[in-house]
Design a protein around this ligand. Structure first.
Ligand code: HXC
Length: 274
């Protein structure tokens, strides 16, 4: 089902949405959902080629699109891109802070720089994005959506760096919701489960374990980027006008039984014989 079968195609007309990491995967799926509902889009990522390809696909949905090549660890570059976005497309109404990095690795084998790299991309990058968007979100009475993960609240083997980063994101989201509520800005997180066709699934899920993993998910399947787009659109829309400080888990129930079976998959993914 297309999102325009569910919601009016004008829902985000005259609204600007900025998506970090919006050049691929879940973040691009989210960007596409907003574009289909009339939003102007700005996306950013580190690869020019991926960015241009993503922007072309978004433009085909009808709206204005800008692509910025930058690393979310570079706060100055992010601020400049957001200011440019405000001038080009109008002030940002929704920030989606989705840029992330992940690889499975035993904690004892993970270098301090490996740990720091993931925390810097995910957590510091999300802070840089929120801080850079603040003035515009205040102007639009807008909202920020942070892309978290089950690793935020459920321990997973070989994911100490990711768990630390995602838990940090969710607590920061609550702090920002508290501080920025009086400015009319709502802040929420989404914790996606395994989403088909994404880099995260490619890195973390060995293909031969997939049927086994699917059976362990209460809803019996991996999710789609379109479904993550639906959740983001809900949080950014007037339907969620009284929702702030919330972690919305959209994982088909994946985390309800715990992470045991996923830990086996991660160990396989990291090449462990255990
Ligand atoms: C151990 C590793 C490693 C690996 C990198 N490092 N890959 N350590 N195992 N597989 C270490 C390096 O040795 C180095 O430490 C440090 O990490 C930095 O590596 P760089 O390659 O210099 O970093 P950088 O170029 O910034 O790349 C960041 C990256 C990379 C995270 C390492 O994989 C990346 O760009 N990823 C972006 C795409 C991505 O990961 N998407 C998936 C997101 S999924 P030393 O000590 O050697 O200097 C997601 C959802 C999670 O987040 C939930 C899913 C269910």
């Amino acid at each position: 089902m297309r999102i325009t079968d569910l919601l009016p195609a004008t829902l985000f007309r005259d609204k600007t949405v900025f998506v970090t990491g919006g050049t691929s995967g879940i973040n691009l799926g989210i960007a596409r959902s907003f574009a289909a509902l009339g939003a102007s889009l700005a996306i950013c990522g580190r690869s020019r080629a991926k960015g241009e390809h993503a922007a072309q696909g978004l433009r085909a949905l009808g709206g204005e699109v800008r692509c910025h090549v930058l690393d979310v660890r570079d706060a100055d570059a992010l601020l400049a891109a957001m200011e440019q976005t405000g001038q080009d497309l109008g002030p940002i109404h929704t920030l989606v802070a989705g840029a992330a990095g992940n690889f499975p690795c035993r904690a004892e084998d993970l270098s301090p720089n490996g740990f720091k790299t993931v925390v810097d991309i995910d957590l510091l990058g999300a802070f840089n994005a929120a801080r850079s968007a603040f003035e515009q979100l205040k102007q639009t009475q807008g909202n920020a959506i942070f892309i978290s993960a089950g690793q935020s609240f459920m321990p997973y083997a070989f994911q100490a760096h990711v768990g630390a980063a995602k838990a940090g994101i969710d607590q920061m989201m609550r702090d920002l919701a508290l501080e920025w509520g009086p400015h009319g800005i709502r802040c929420n997180s989404i914790a996606p489960g395994p989403i088909d066709g994404t880099e995260g699934v490619k890195r973390l899920v060995p293909e031969d374990m997939r049927p086994h993993l699917e059976r362990a998910i209460p809803l019996g399947r991996f999710g789609t980027v379109e479904e993550m787009g639906q959740v983001a659109v809900f949080l950014a829309s007037p339907l969620a006008s009284y929702v702030t400080g919330t972690l919305l888990v959209a994982d088909g129930g994946q985390n309800l039984p715990g992470s045991g079976i996923w830990t086996q998959a991660l160990m396989r993914g990291a090449g462990s014989g255990n």
